[in-house]
Design a protein around this ligand. Structure first.
Ligand SMILES: [Ca+2]
Ligand SMILES: [Ca+2]
Length: 292
């Protein structure tokens, strides 16, 4: 939502002002769908999104997970939970990882699809590829790959703090955040999330990055024609009267009415708009300047 957007409807109900917007918004349950009719710059658009717990615009998908708090793992000794010297996170990590290992975090609920995953990790040398799957740990198990994240070792030139002489424990104790590939698979709903490893790496935590603004599409519902300030379906004397009353301060038009009333240049509301509405009413003009 941009600063100059005007929300005119929420789930089909007219938004009169900030208080009515808040009341309409509060009436939608968490997880419920919200359809907004929004006036943006010079056109109506439709924005559809899911109401979230902690964000009134974007689906809740910034889920944060301590890597060592998995629900299940491959049936062998590794991975293991170890103390973690990183200054962020829980003080514990997921370590002793071998190629082929996996862990699973069950029952994560996504109200939308995140953009990507930030992974807090360390490694001494080489490159680890961490794969994230939902529904299973690989395709054969019914899983869908959602993202991969490369973790270079501290002695690898791809590492942001590349230090050729700092292998071994220095590399394992130096944590950085790395960003996964973009998520393009729909993750909405409850998911079992698998993290799969191709080689050794230490993971402290990871977090899903929010999906950003909900997509916008042109408004496809009914629209009032320009000049129909009282929104009764036609141009009438009442429309001109409302504009005049607004201009002398007797009433205040709501945001949508104000847009409907700007029939002259579409930018500012003046006495010319009321005059044009009257001229259209008596068929002196067949179109408003703004419609041409
Ligand atoms: Ca941790
Ligand atoms: Ca009217």
């Amino acid at each position: 939502m941009r600063a100059l957007d005007i929300i005119t409807e929420l789930n089909g109900a007219r938004v009169e002002n900030t208080a009515s917007l808040a009341a309409l918004y509060d009436a939608v349950p968490i997880g419920g769908e919200i359809t907004l009719k929004v006036w943006r710059e010079n056109r109506y658009i439709k924005i559809v999104y899911t109401k979230s717990v902690n964000d009134n615009r974007v689906a809740m998908n910034n889920i944060y997970i301590e890597a060592e708090q998995y629900d299940d793992k491959i049936n062998r000794d590794t991975p293991k939970t170890n103390g973690c010297p990183d200054t962020t996170g829980s003080g514990w990590n997921l370590g002793n990882i071998q190629g082929g290992d996996w862990v699973v975090y069950k029952g994560l609920y996504f109200l939308g699809t995140p953009q990507s995953i930030t992974v807090r990790a360390s490694k001494d040398a080489g490159i680890a590829n961490v794969s994230f799957w939902i529904g299973g740990r690989n395709a054969a198990e019914g899983g869908t790959l959602i993202a991969t994240c490369q973790i270079p070792g501290l002695t690898n030139p791809q590492h942001p703090a590349y230090s050729p002489g700092a292998g071994g424990q220095a590399g394992w104790d130096t944590y950085f955040t790395f960003t996964s590939s973009a998520i393009t698979v729909d993750m909405t709903g409850e998911q079992d999330l698998y993290m799969v490893f191709d080689t050794s790496v230490n993971i402290n935590w990871f977090q899903f990055n929010p999906g950003g603004e909900p997509p916008e599409v042109p408004w496809d519902g009914p629209l009032y024609q320009k000049g129909d300030v009282n929104r009764n379906g036609n141009i009438d004397i009442g429309d001109a009267r409302l504009v005049l009353q607004h201009l002398v301060g007797k009433i205040v038009l709501d945001a949508e009415q104000s847009e409907l009333a700007k029939v002259n240049n579409g930018l500012t509301l003046t006495i010319a708009d009321a005059r044009l509405i009257l001229q259209k009413l008596v068929d002196k003009i067949d179109k408003f300047p703004v419609d041409k």
